[in-house]
Design a protein around this ligand. Structure first.
Ligand SMILES: *[C@@H]1O[C@H](CO)[C@@H](O)[C@H](O)[C@H]1NC(C)=O
Ligand SMILES: *[C@@H]1O[C@H](CO)[C@@H](O)[C@H](O)[C@H]1NC(C)=O
Length: 412
């Protein structure tokens, strides 16, 4: 009897260790904590796959649990007044300082866009709520946290357009005056898919005829910036890294455009480009835009070009036009569209499939003459900045937050 219990105990321990253990690089701090955190994400993802394969629920519906677990109701506190409003029909959580400003009565503002692959996430999650409050108190700024609608219920361009509507609405003299915001000191910022939306909005706003009030800065935290080449060196190096493995990122990309699984399969094989989109591959040529250290161990070959991805009878409606749209892939624009962009802060992490998207954008913006601060974290992993809440709080999240806020303080 006792022996049986011991055997059972050992079996459970070794199963747990086997399941939780992952070969995470030694340079990443708090490795065991990250393994445990990620084993939750992996389990959820397996469950989501299972539910989808037996037809119970869609993958993303199950993954949405992450958003629910961290969900909160944003309320005012001693220092910050929180209101839920609608800007041109789009939900926004507005955070304002309670104290009157000390040296000026005009405030800075940050329009913040949460991450989650356009499919998950919410302004009403504790890490985003905490970050917004920190920006408010440290910068004496107003923060708008935009609750844009999500895929797959709302495919591209809906999430983008929601954000654009909010930005357009906010950047009006009358509206800014209501919130005592200085029209010269407004930034747009976001992490991951939110960084994608922030970069896209910054580009499109400068083309808007008659737009008088402009953005001062864009702060992009491990942003997603292009859908053409999903086998950059960072996609290859980090395909099984915690939090955002390549499969999940490819899934987010394909779900952003369509619920047709043919696009997911083509993107997994990096064979989704059409003759039209392939003309834009020059803008994501990592052999040209990455410093040598990042690509020297990889041999560049341009992604395969398929004829008629949509011809499998599933009625895919020109997805290549969609993923080559700069509002979805802001890296795909010529230099002439980059040179008058607001100054940029770009955060990248070594252990992140999206590392090269961020580095290439930093390279291209700099070459176009835009002022860029690029902070690369050698021990960083995707999503790190959001791990600020116990029990999944990481030291690196604190450093990232401090550096990001310092940049905003000095540049906005
Ligand atoms: C990518 O860049 C390399 C080096 O700059 C160049 O030799 C190659 O032709 C480029 N390929 C594409 C598809 O732009
Ligand atoms: C790249 O090409 C070189 C020379 O052809 C080869 O020796 C090397 O193994 C290749 N590297 C990869 C990662 O394919």
């Amino acid at each position: 009897m006792r022996l049986r219990n011991i055997i059972l105990f050992v079996a459970i321990c070794s199963f747990t260790a086997y399941y939780v253990y992952e070969p995470i690089p030694e340079t990443i701090e708090e490795r065991w904590k990250l393994m445990l955190t990620n084993s939750f994400f992996r389990t959820l993802s397996h469950l989501a796959d299972l539910c989808e394969s037996v037809g119970l629920k869609d993958y993303m519906d199950v993954m949405y649990v992450i958003t629910v677990i961290e969900g909160i109701v944003p309320v005012s506190d001693e220092f910050v007044k929180v209101t839920e409003e609608k800007f041109d029909g789009v939900e926004v959580v507005v955070y304002q300082p309670k104290q009157k400003g000390v040296d000026t009565d005009m405030r800075r503002a940050v329009i913040y866009l949460h991450g989650g692959g356009w499919c998950l996430g919410s302004s009403r999650m504790s890490p985003y709520d905490l970050l917004a409050r920190k920006i408010v108190t440290e910068l004496d700024a107003v923060v708008l946290s935009v609750e844009y609608r999500l895929a797959p219920s709302h495919h591209f361009p809906v999430p983008y357009e929601d954000v654009y509507r909010v930005v357009k609405h906010f950047l009006q003299k009358g509206v800014l005056a209501q919130y005592s915001v200085d029209p010269e000191r407004i930034a747009v910022s976001g992490d991951s898919a939110g960084g994608n939306l922030a970069a896209a909005v910054s580009q499109q706003l400068q083309k808007e005829p008659g737009q008088q009030i402009k953005l001062r800065a864009q702060a992009l935290l491990y942003p997603v910036l292009q859908a053409l080449d999903l086998k950059t060196p960072s996609y290859q190096q980090n395909q099984d890294m915690p939090i955002l493995p390549r499969t999940l990122m490819v899934r987010f990309w394909s779900e952003y455009f369509t619920s047709n699984k043919a696009l997911f399969r083509a993107m997994m094989a990096n064979a989704h480009n059409s003759p039209e989109s392939s003309r834009l591959l020059k803008f994501v040529n990592w052999s040209a835009f990455l410093p040598e250290v990042y690509h020297k161990e990889y041999n560049y070959s341009a992604p395969a070009v398929a004829q008629g991805l949509g011809d499998d009878g599933n009625g895919m409606d020109g997805p290549s036009e969609l993923f080559a749209d700069p509002r979805a892939s802001p890296l795909l624009v010529p230099d002439a569209d980059l040179n008058s962009l607001p100054k940029a802060y770009i955060l990248t992490c070594e252990y992140d499939v999206l590392r090269d998207d961020g580095i290439m954008y930093a390279t291209r913006l700099q070459a176009a003459g835009v002022e860029v601060t690029h902070q690369h974290y050698d021990s960083g992993f995707h999503g790190a900045l959001m791990f600020t809440v116990w029990p999944t709080d990481f030291l690196i999240a604190r450093r990232m937050t401090d550096n990001y806020i310092k940049w905003l303080k000095e540049n906005l």
